[in-house]
Design a protein around this ligand. Structure first.
Ligand code: PHE
Ligand code: ZN
Length: 871
């Protein structure tokens, strides 16, 4: 294990991240060790003097003894990469022996009893900050990112979410370089200063934890609109971005207003200030951040035009703008006591944004997308070395726990309350939660208690969902006895089910499955029913049912629950793929079950079905899903089988697919609504199938679609279809696309992602080349996620037999770690499931992990993931 770096005491601008001093061993933090803070911060006044070489931060805090803190306790403040200029208590500068500073803390040994004023001045270097955490610069503008523990890179502070204070923020900066100065809350004063500078003073009337603080300074234009809340408050809405991108903010503004309206209608939650700002920055580690009244977004999740953004981008913008807005109540007004409770705000807010998108679009299609995401990303995490409950028990770096488990599985757990209590019971629980906890920092138990109390319910076993990792498997066996006309369902090891039958369900019910084994008997059932289990995916489990193939084909054709109809097709496809994988491994000739082809053909021909539903229903489960079900994952076999089925379907359904492409063209202008998107989804899915045949007529067709496309959704889909097959057509199309869009960095990112995720043979060489493409930039997370993240998501090439994919990632991780540990850590996660593969691959991947763990100057972020993966 090499020496590690994390925070340091800055004495002058740190020359380079690589030369930071060596650090003490990484410390694991445990939920069970939680203690209330010794001191409370009632009021925080910040002043920023933003400069090109250095920024001076003056922090004035009114400190009072914590409820349980002992009077004489030392005051321990967090700090990281800060240069301390001065510290005063009640106006008097502290002497050297009255405080200590180490690489992570500033400790005042004996603070005065009672309330006192603390004043700290620090110097920081945002222009050198490539971690994109704390105060940093992105394309010349200043901005902040404080969640989870970035505020300590701005000033010394009790940087923990249960320390809530009212803030003011005064920003001083050059007026020409930084005409726009923003922070949380209301602008209460602004004016000019000497030397071409100006200032703005912001005041946030709501108490908040430090992680919700934000500041932005720069050259930005804004789109302005307004929203009148249900009680008549007129709220000014502004979306800030470099002026040339303003035309691309219309959809985000539409999304924001829709979210404000929806939260009032569905949850009775109204916005609480007169101003709401969104700022767009190109360099951002995550998707977006819910800072009070000053949300910050990475560009991809705001900027859209029909020509440059796909339907997927438009949908993501709607969801994320909604998500961050919804945090104003679930996260900001009621926040987390400590970071272990992250799912309290994230699981709940993801659930809310899912519901919002469902209500504005198509519920079944949204549910299918969300469940797929859970299966593709969360199930593997929950089955690997990084598995953790939605409320983790411990962490080294909190940044590593912004996971699909905390977010997506957390949302599934919230959804179960709604399934059990119904929409109105769920609403009652939410109302009670806000009534009890507005203005507080609380725990998952508090949410659970509000839900149970509001519904006079007791769910003693339910809290296990918060403390147990892993995806439960529920085994279901059914039996029908014609003589007594009883039907029985036996469940073992699991959770919660629903049952219905046929397209006219006998009935639908919620069965709460609480014990290790449970049997439910249904009487007066005149004939053998086909149960439709876990409707709408009512619990995040793996269902192992004894449904026969013909039951599944019956459900695929008839289930009145559209989600389960899709699911029946997926179960069939998974079984089919697994058995073909076995055939492939035994070098048998592959033959596709004609019943499967017929099942998909009738879905494709069924004009009463939603078009996007059809697109999803004819799409095969991903390679990862299948590998996940194998004792030893075999990427080559799964890839070969999936391609075989794809081509076989394309061949046998060719006429239907051609007809679907032809009848789903449209000359209408781009519209973001479900029907238009469904039409495009179906057309694009069919085109991809056809192009996989790599025959002149279908290639011609795909080229035609590419050339005539009037929006990015169709242009990109055609490009994707064409680039399945290596060769000149592919190369020419990729070059043409780049030439057309080289000045739009978001489209260029898509171009990187398309090539990175490609499963053409030997793709690692191409990806390696793209690293030195002039448009690529290791410091921009979005480009890293597109190119490197994309590559790791493509099983055949990342898991190349010769280890070239692993070697590529190993080298990139170390390079990236010096620039941005959070991003490096996300990339290194691709190694975590190395034990799932054959011995050869295991050895190759393990060698890379060992190389990483032993590297000098490794961040705690990467260390935590890499070392846990090896453990
Ligand atoms: N809290 C953000 C969200 O809405 C995510 C985030 C976490 C952003 C940490 C930045 C840093 O989900
Ligand atoms: Zn969130």
């Amino acid at each position: 294990v090499g020496k590690r770096t994390s925070c340091s005491v800055a004495t002058e601008p740190p020359p380079a991240a690589t030369e930071k001093p060596e650090m003490d061993a990484p410390k694991e933090i445990f939920l069970k060790d939680y203690r209330k803070p010794d001191y409370l911060f009632d009021k925080v006044d910040l002043q920023f003097q933003l400069g090109e070489e250095k920024t001076i931060v003056t922090t004035k805090i009114v400190v009072s003894p914590g409820v349980e803190g002992s009077i004489s306790a030392p005051l321990v403040l967090h700090g990281c990469d800060l240069k301390l200029l001065s510290i005063k208590v009640n106006g008097t500068e502290l002497k050297g022996e009255e405080y200590t500073v180490d690489s992570r803390h500033l400790t005042v040994s004996t603070p005065p009893a009672g309330v006192f004023n603390l004043e700290i001045v620090t110097e920081i270097y945002p222009q050198l900050n490539t971690s994109l955490e704390g105060l940093y610069k992105s394309t010349g503008n200043f901005c902040t990112q404080c969640e989870a523990e970035g505020f300590r890179k701005i000033t010394y502070f009790q940087d923990r979410p249960d320390v809530m204070a009212k803030y003011t923020c005064r920003i001083e900066a050059d007026k020409t370089l930084y005409p726009v100065l923003l922070s949380n809350g209301n602008l209460i004063e602004q004016g000019d200063l000497e030397d071409g500078k100006h200032f703005a003073l912001w005041e946030d009337p709501f108490k908040k934890p430090s992680y919700l603080f934000a500041l932005v300074a720069g050259q930005l234009g804004c789109r302005e609109d307004s929203f009148v809340t249900c009680s008549g408050r007129n709220v000014t809405l502004r979306i800030w971005t470099p002026a040339q991108d303003l035309p691309k903010t219309a959809h985000a503004m539409y999304s924001l207003k829709a979210a404000m309206q929806w939260d009032e209608e569905v949850f009775g939650l109204e916005y609480d200030l007169d101003l709401f700002n969104i700022v767009v920055v190109p360099d951002f580690n995550m998707g977006a951040m819910e800072n009070k009244s000053l949300n910050i977004f990475q560009s991809r999740l705001v900027l859209a035009s029909p020509e440059t953004a796909t339907d997927g981008d438009y949908a993501a913008i709607l969801g994320v703008v909604g998500h961050e807005y919804f945090h104003n109540w679930t996260g900001n007004r009621v926040t987390c006591r400590d970071w272990f409770q992250l799912t309290l705000k994230e699981g709940l807010t993801v659930f809310r944004d899912q519901e919002f998108s469902s209500d504005l679009g198509c519920r079944t299609v949204k549910r299918i997308a969300d469940v797929s995401k859970l299966r593709i990303y969360q199930f593997p995490q929950d089955a690997g070395p990084m598995a953790h409950p939605i409320r983790p028990h411990s962490y080294i770096k909190m940044d590593n726990f912004y996971t699909v488990t905390v977010y997506e599985k957390g949302a599934e757990v919230v959804r179960m309350y709604k399934t059990m209590f119904g929409a109105s019971g769920f609403r009652k629980g939410m109302d009670l939660y806000f009534q009890r906890h507005d203005g507080q920092a609380v725990t998952c138990e508090d949410f659970y208690a509000a839900m149970c109390d509001a519904n006079n319910a007791q769910l003693p076993h339910f809290l296990q969902w918060y403390s147990q990792a892993g995806t439960p498997t529920v085994k279901v066996s059914s039996s029908y006895d014609p003589s007594s006309q009883t039907f029985s369902l036996k469940f073992s090891d699991g959770t919660l089910q629903t049952l219905a039958s046929d397209d006219k369900p006998v009935f639908t019910t919620v069965l709460q499955f609480k014990k290790k084994e449970e049997e439910f008997i249904f009487e007066n059932i005149p004939e053998k029913p086909v149960p439709s289990l876990l409707r709408g995916y009512s619990a995040p489990v793996r269902l192992d049912s004894d449904l026969s193939e013909s039951d599944l084909f019956f459900l695929l054709a008839n289930d009145s629950d559209e989600f389960n109809r899709w699911e029946a097709g997926q179960v069939l496809a998974r079984k089919l793929m697994l058995s073909l994988v076995a055939d492939f491994q035994q070098q048998k000739t592959l033959v596709l079950n004609p019943k499967f082809v017929d099942g998909l053909r009738s879905i494709l021909r069924n004009t009463s079905l939603d078009k996007e539903f059809i697109a999803k229903a004819i799409t095969l489960p991903g390679q990862g899903e299948i590998m996940d079900m194998m004792a030893v994952a075999d990427p080559d076999a799964v890839h070969a089988v999936r391609n075989f089925i794809k081509k076989e379907l394309a061949l046998q359904l060719k006429d239907d697919l051609l007809a679907a492409v032809a009848s789903n063209r449209s000359s209408e202008a781009y519209m973001f609504n479900h029907n238009s998107m469904a039409r495009r989804a179906l057309k694009n899915t069919c085109l991809a199938y056809l192009a996989s045949l790599n025959e002149p007529d279908v290639t011609e067709l795909a080229l035609h679609e590419y050339k005539t496309a009037t929006n990015m959704t169709e242009q990109f889909a055609a490009l994707l279809a064409l680039s399945q097959n290596p060769g000149k057509v592919r190369d020419d199309a990729l070059l043409d696309f780049y030439n057309q869009w080289q000045n739009d960095y978001l489209v260029v990112s898509k171009w990187f992602a398309l090539q990175a995720t490609s499963d053409i043979p030997g793709n690692v060489v191409n990806v390696q080349k793209l690293l030195s493409h002039p448009a690529f930039d290791m410091r921009n997370p979005n480009k890293v996620y597109s190119l490197i993240g994309g590559f790791c998501g493509s099983p055949v090439n990342f898991h190349a037999k010769d280890g070239s994919g692993y070697k590529f990632l190993g080298e990139v991780v170390l390079q990236l770690d010096k620039i941005n540990p959070q991003v490096a850590s996300r990339m290194v996660s691709a190694f975590s499931r190395w034990r799932r593969y054959d011995e050869n691959r295991q050895a190759l991947a393990k060698a890379q992990l060992e190389m990483i763990v032993s590297a000098n100057g490794l961040s705690e972020n990467v260390y935590e993931i890499a070392s846990k993966s090896l453990a």
